[in-house]
Design a protein around this ligand. Structure first.
Ligand code: FCB
Length: 440
């Protein structure tokens, strides 16, 4: 393939999340999060890893911003630890917590890197969970208050804000199958109620943020994977369409159309959530951008999910590498909804990464993955999808939730024994992409 040029002004970033990189889990007045509690519960995380230290970004953020500068990033997506800022979930601000985010934002701006903040990337204050968490309606206004507070505190310097990261994962992994914190296995009745509450919380937060500080760019980050048929057989096509409608539209339909997809409602059945009058209008707030996280696709046939897909390559997460489906997914979403500009807020690949005798990490597979996805992204943009930026997941190898430290997604390697950072070949490759605004 020939050289692929990106438009001037395109945002190039990397993404991280507070619990996955910060560490300092109980320092300087930080409250406990559900992920602290979960990772301290035996048997929940691979190799009994925790986020207690993670990448120690809390203490090493200056070094990490210097790395971002080496890469030439012009944007950086990170999340705020709610319990670091508000140890009780609401009420008094922890001054040391605020000071950390203040310094991080200022250090980024000095490096000419635009901060792109996620308010909630899964680390709910444990005390709020104990009050009922996302199953309870109260949590919605706590979230809206927290959102408004943050834009008052940092909105003078930070322009772009996302409410939630992948709210579907909070519901499914947190409350249905229990693989993630808070580790509840309550079935889909609870799962759907959590999804609905997260949607309403999103709407309330957008309203509260607009009232607290007008003029910001506000959005949400959703996980969207293409759902594609196993073959040309019409039965497989129907199954894939059913899979897309009843899985991938849970957030896009309510937010961009104001109602749940009819096939989704059928799929909910008796597990349908309680919806109060006015909820759907509240959810459908006008947004300034949509953040999309996408790593792979799901292949379905008339007999169910096909995995592995014959002939396909897989990453260390067991996720199929299929870049053309990334383009098709973007076109599908773009055709189905009247969308604001899109940012690809996460995309990347985990591989075992071997350190060579020369101390270097020649992560060719990751480079291949990123190259293919950027090529397909550019094609989607040429098809008419309005994409303004791309954030590679992740800047650093980090705490990969239930997988602990066993999955490495970083452009920069982290040695968990010494916390030493080493640029992988993919980091150097990405720096070239950014410098030329072009993929070779
Ligand atoms: C996404 C999460 C992110 C990271 C990647 C690999 O679902 O948003 O925190 O774990 O997957």
């Amino acid at each position: 393939m020939k050289k692929v040029q990106f438009p001037a002004g395109f945002s190039w970033g990397t993404a991280t999340a507070s619990h996955q990189v910060e560490g300092a889990w109980q320092e300087d007045g930080k409250g406990e999060s559900i992920w602290d509690r979960f990772s301290h519960t035996p048997g929940k995380i691979k190799e009994a890893a925790t986020g207690d230290v993670a990448c120690d970004h809390y203490h090493r953020y200056r070094e990490d911003v210097a790395l971002m500068r080496t890469l030439g990033l012009n944007a950086y997506r990170f999340s705020i630890s709610w319990p670091r800022l508000l140890p009780a979930g609401f009420g008094n601000v922890n001054p040391a917590g605020l000071d950390f985010y203040d310094r991080l934002v200022d250090t980024l701006l000095e490096a000419r890197i635009q901060p792109f903040i996620t308010l909630h990337h899964w680390d709910l204050p444990q005390v709020l969970y104990e009050k009922g968490g996302w199953l309870k309606r109260d949590n919605l206004s706590y979230f809206a208050d927290y959102a408004a507070l943050l834009v008052k505190l940092l909105g003078d310097r930070v322009q772009r804000w996302s409410t939630f990261n992948e709210p579907g994962v909070i519901a499914e992994a947190g409350y249905v199958n229990g693989d993630h914190a808070p580790g509840i296995r309550a079935g889909w009745k609870a799962g759907w109620q959590v999804i609905h509450h997260l949607l309403v919380a999103h709407g309330l937060a957008i309203q509260a943020m607009r009232a607290a500080r007008p003029g910001l760019e506000l959005g949400i980050v959703l996980s969207q994977w293409a759902v594609e048929p196993a073959s040309d057989d019409p039965a497989d096509g129907i199954a894939a369409e059913q899979g897309w409608s009843s899985h991938e539209t849970a957030f896009t339909h309510p937010i961009f159309r104001g109602y749940y997809h009819p096939l989704m409602v059928v799929a909910m059945g008796e597990a349908a959530p309680e919806i109060q009058a006015g909820d759907m209008a509240l959810i459908a707030q006008k947004l300034d951008f949509l953040g999309i996280n996408s790593y792979s696709r799901i292949v379905v046939g008339a007999n169910g999910i096909v995995n592995p897909v014959p002939g396909s390559d897989y990453t260390d997460m067991g996720w199929e590498v299929c870049a053309p489906s990334f383009r098709r997914m973007l076109n599908r979403i773009n055709a189905d909804y009247d969308l604001p500009p899109i940012y690809i807020t996460e995309n990347g690949a985990a591989y075992p990464d071997i350190v060579s005798p020369d101390g270097q990490i020649h992560d060719e597979q990751r480079i291949d993955y990123l190259r293919q996805h950027l090529q397909q992204l550019r094609l989607a943009m040429q098809d008419g999808v309005d994409v303004r930026g791309y954030f590679a997941w992740s800047l650093l190898d980090n705490f990969e939730w239930a997988e602990g430290n066993t999955k490495r997604f970083g452009l920069v390697r982290v040695d968990y024994a010494t916390l030493e950072r080493t640029l992988k070949d993919s980091a150097k490759w990405y720096a070239q992409v950014i410098a030329k605004n072009q993929v070779d």
